[in-house]
Design a binder for this molecule. Sequence first.
Ligand code: FAD
Length: 601
Amino acid sequence: FDSPGNPAHAIFERFLRAGECQEVLGCFVELCQQLGLQGTGLQLYHGLKAALNYWNAKALWSKLDKKAGHKDYDQGTACAGTKCLVVGAGPCGLRAAIELALLGAHVVLLEKRDSFSRNNVLHLWPFTIHDLRALGAKKFYGRFCTGTLDHISIRQLQLILLKVALLLGVEVHINVRFEGLVPPAGKAGGWQAVLQPSSSPLTQYKFDVLISAGGGKFVPEGFKRKETRGKLAIGITTNFINRHSRAEVEVAEISGVARIYNQKFFQNLYNKTGIDLENIVYYKDDTHYFVMTAKKQSLLKKGVILQDKADIESLLSPENVNRDALLSYAKEAANFSTNYCLPELEFALNHRGLPDVDMFDFTCMTRSENAALVREHNGSRLLLGLVGDCLVEPFWPLGTGVARGFLAAFDAAWMVRRWAAGTPPLEVLAERESIYQHLSQTSPDNTNKNITQYSIDPATRYPNINLQAIKASQVPGQRKSDHRLSMAAPGAVYEELLSWCQASTAGYPGVAVTNFSTSWTSGLALCALIHHFRPDLVDFDSVDPQDAIRTHQLMLDIAEQELGIQPVLSSAEMATMTGPDHLDLITYLSHFYQVFRTSPG
Ligand code: FAD
């Protein structure tokens, strides 16, 4: 493959095989320098393709071209001009970034860490295997899902996706932590991020879409979490070194021996070792990986947990856990469940250089109430979407995490596509929530069987999906925060509100309502609306059509004092609205709708 005259081929081959996050990034920079390529986005991809046209590279391009040629992406123009910030280079952030890049958006991805260190293994549903193959997974990781294998270590999955993302022109920055949002300072501004280190040049990046994929512990401001408290569930994960010996190859994996299906196995385990489990999964990958749910009593009896405590956080706090006993517990369970056929089980090390054994609480799982929201400030809108664990925390032994994470990444990309096409924001949000309703019930059995047809279009994946199950008027969780946060129209869908406003202001001189922006700037429309229902409050004929700010101030005050409707925009902002519909105005007017709806007018 590596023609001696072309060093770029050798660098590209190193890039394909690179096994550490920093190595991947280093090789990519070197490759671009070698080829004299700059820039980002699909343009960079086309540059790479033109410059690297030997067989191994070409095989990858043909896969990626096939993917990029899907109609949903409109030849990479569907989101041209959309600027996205993705937080988190976990599997779901990377997967979402890839879709956004294919849609032609400008994508910047931030990751606070600088290494991919999770040995733990993820179960893959058939559609995720197909999806990853279509992205060229085997080119980056030859062992990817060979034969009937249906799992991959988290770090290998991240490596594959990182490479694809880079090739498609996603700008990836490691060692940068997202800390919050900076609303636009003025009319010409845009949304920016507070980052650590604060000296990062990315603090200057202005974006209109934020996709948060920061994992279970990171949820951006504005989203509410819902807790589901189940019965006590203590998960243990452990990894042992895989030497790939013949004896190791022969040991069978265990794909979820749920207790109810195999009571005898668990009874024998308990009788012989005192270990009492609800379930156990064993996968062979870079490591021998086990995940099990252990019963509290047996952890107490075996001295893993020192003292029984009512609250789970204290129960599993490091001071209450005997780590050596935990290692023995995990090793004994692994040995028994593989019939003592894995010779010399030796712990793999985690990123801290310690035996890779962890104990987690699955009693309390959280999910976000909403999948997306819109914020608007100084006329700039920001669409925020959640994907992956940050949207719904998965119960690992069920192996649903990455499959549902990918589904949400596709749904988020679809949402951004709709947004970029100019769909009214409340409609975008309502559609996203309609789809989100289904996520926690999805399984390989109730999603479409034809996985080769899956795309970001939800209809290809969810059978009989009703994209209008939730109406724009019902979009929950949109609340007011710092300065202006869009709110859902509480009682009206967009069109309903518009026609109601038109009907209520018809016939007033100088008033022609056709939108939720410029039609309202003179102040006459608002004056007409109030006058139509409450002629006792305003004298329409006496307002000065030339003094919009004063008219607005008068109307805002009357509405607040007489009707109890709080202003959402200032009189100056009302008088200078330009461009597309203003969510704040929609919100504001929807309160009038609520108040006046039942009056004869
Ligand atoms: P993650 O994979 O958690 O990625 C989130 C990324 O965002 C991380 O790289 C994080 O560093 C980064 N990040 C977070 N906050 C910020 C910020 N403010 N700024 C910048 N970057 C940020 N699932 C299983 O099925 N089996 C397992 O055994 C298993 N083990 C796990 C072990 C650990 C320690 C963790 C954390 C998760 C584990 N999971 C496991 C869950 C599984 O990793 C996820 O379901 C899957 O990776 C999809 O997650 P994600 O991409 O949404 O988030």
